[in-house]
Design a protein around this ligand. Structure first.
Ligand SMILES: C[S@@+](CC[C@H](N)C(=O)[O-])C[C@H]1O[C@@H](n2cnc3c(N)ncnc32)[C@H](O)[C@@H]1O
Length: 473
């Protein structure tokens, strides 16, 4: 049965390859920052061995390999068509530290070696049970002692309503031969249900919740999320139970602000803190019910690391990180810092430096320079803690640099090594995909190291856009 499903999946991804692009929340630099915040000491990504499971054509792992020529990177995917596309891309970009292999995850054995980071995005829920088990086995057997695994999956309770819609689309598209036909019939079912479902019915509520996501997504997402033979959501606590049975344990969510109950107000926080009794997994499962969560990105470590994890934020660890914050018009409304003038100076410094990071020492210096009265470092830490808990600030274990406006004007800026991923898609210093116009892409290519830079004056506006996108260093 599982072999039959795997054959169907391979056919499906060969026929309709996934649009493969960077996922910032899965980047090893991001995982390193989170692990450091919570008390661990992971391997620096620049020299790490990194494995991506179900990497499609490598859109997520290629920019990482470009950013870190000293890292050793491996990507595996079942679909030979997608892997062939990735290998061609790797050849065109001249990458030598990345190997892409067409392979079933169930066949991975000790010969693959060990890895400091294992990434598995958009696979776990979309494969048969035997492959889900293989993913956890690979993490257990191939993660180095301080290694971090990232696995994303669909979750209940959010997927309960979506399943109704998926089941209806599957029902209508059953037996259709090609992906295009399946899509057309599935969409037809949605139109029918949207027109005919009674106002106020459970079905109508499910459609209201799901249709906006469907309408804004491309055909590949729709096919693989709603019309694929496999899509098995699960409760967070069941995922963690499976991980624990394989001697792995929970580190954190890839979006750590979702872990803090204080974001839900005292009325929610107080009873839940009592109920969970200090158990982070129980607490987050309660929050999943409360927020009707439908997707998770979970970081796992070896169970032996569990004793080193500290969820209570600590000034010393926060002071070791580097921070970035873009303009956020809502920030003043949402956060009322205890020391407003220090917070305002920190924020102004971060906004000016963005998309580059500033260290804690640089933030303290900026806070002092912007204030007549003495600024205590603890005022800066307190503000950073609020920004971290509410998910407003980015933080990393190492500084991230980008070109300043002055460097661009002086013709000293060059393209970030991972920037020119595809003609219409770039990857910035934060591992975010950036859509480019033809003019922006052409200009970016002229800023490659060793290429004569274009005259800054006539391209000033375009160059500033590329700089603010984090594509120039
Ligand atoms: C939904 S796609 C996600 C692709 C990519 N990780 C992303 O998020 O863009 C799932 C991927 O898992 C791969 N896959 C499914 N079953 C697999 C297996 N048994 N072994 C290796 N890869 C598998 C598929 O070929 C497909 O590329």
């Amino acid at each position: 049965m599982s072999q039959h499903l795997t054959a169907l999946l391979q056919k499906s991804y060969d026929e309709a390859p996934y649009a493969s692009h960077p996922f910032p929340q899965s980047a090893p630099e991001h995982l390193e920052g989170i692990a450091t915040l919570f008390g661990l000491t992971p391997t620096p990504p620049a020299n790490a061995r990194v494995l991506e499971l179900g990497c499609a054509s490598g859109g997520n792992i290629i920019p990482f390999a470009l950013r870190h020529p000293q890292a050793q990177v491996v990507g595996i995917d079942l679909s030979p068509v997608q892997i062939a596309q990735g290998i061609e891309r790797v050849r065109q970009l001249g990458i030598t530290n990345l190997t892409l292999r067409p392979m079933n995850l169930e066949d991975v054995d000790a010969s693959l070696g060990s890895f400091d980071y294992i990434i598995c995005h958009g696979v776990y829920s979309w494969v048969p049970d035997s492959v889900r088990q293989a993913i956890l086995r690979i993490c257990r057997e191939h993660l180095t002692p301080r290694g971090i695994a990232y696995i994303s999956y669909n979750t209940y309770p959010g997927w309960k309503a979506r399943e109704i819609v998926r089941d209806a689309m599957l029902f209508r598209s059953e037996g259709r031969a090609t992906p295009a036909e399946k899509l057309a019939y599935g969409r037809g079912m949605l139109d029918f249900l949207a027109q005919m479902s009674p106002v106020g019915s459970l079905l109508r509520k499910a459609l209201d919740e799901v249709l906006p996501a469907i309408e804004t997504s491309g055909p590949a997402y729709l096919l693989h999320e709603f019309l694929e033979p496999c899509n098995q959501p699960l409760y967070f606590r069941d995922f963690i139970a499976s991980a624990r049975s394989g001697a792995l344990d929970y580190l954190a969510d890839a979006e750590p602000y979702t872990m803090f109950v204080s974001n839900h107000g005292a009325q929610v926080a107080e009873p839940l803190l009592k109920e969970a009794g200090g158990d982070q997994v129980v607490m987050e499962q309660y929050l999943d019910f409360l927020t009707n969560r439908s997707f998770r990105q979970t970081l796992l470590v070896h169970a032996t690391q569990k004793q080193n994890i500290q969820y209570r934020l600590d000034a010393r660890r926060m002071e070791a990180l580097h921070y970035a914050l873009g303009k956020d018009p809502q920030l003043d409304t949402d956060i009322r810092p205890a020391a407003p003038s220090a917070a305002a100076a920190v924020r102004a410094a971060l906004e000016t430096a963005f998309p580059a990071t500033l260290s804690f020492a640089e933030l303290c210096a900026a806070a002092q320079a912007g204030n007549k009265a003495e600024v205590s470092p603890s005022d800066v830490t307190a503000y950073l803690e609020e920004l971290i808990i509410t998910g407003r600030v980015r933080y990393t274990a190492r500084a991230r640099a980008c070109a300043s406006a002055a460097q661009v004007a002086a013709g000293q800026a060059v393209m970030h090594p991972a920037a020119a991923l595809q003609p219409d898609l770039a990857c910035n210093i934060w591992h975010q995909p950036v859509n480019l116009s033809a003019a922006e892409h052409a200009l970016l290519l002229r800023l490659r190291k060793g290429v004569q830079p274009p005259g800054a004056a006539q391209n000033a506006a375009l160059l500033e856009r590329l700089r603010r996108f984090g594509l120039l260093v």
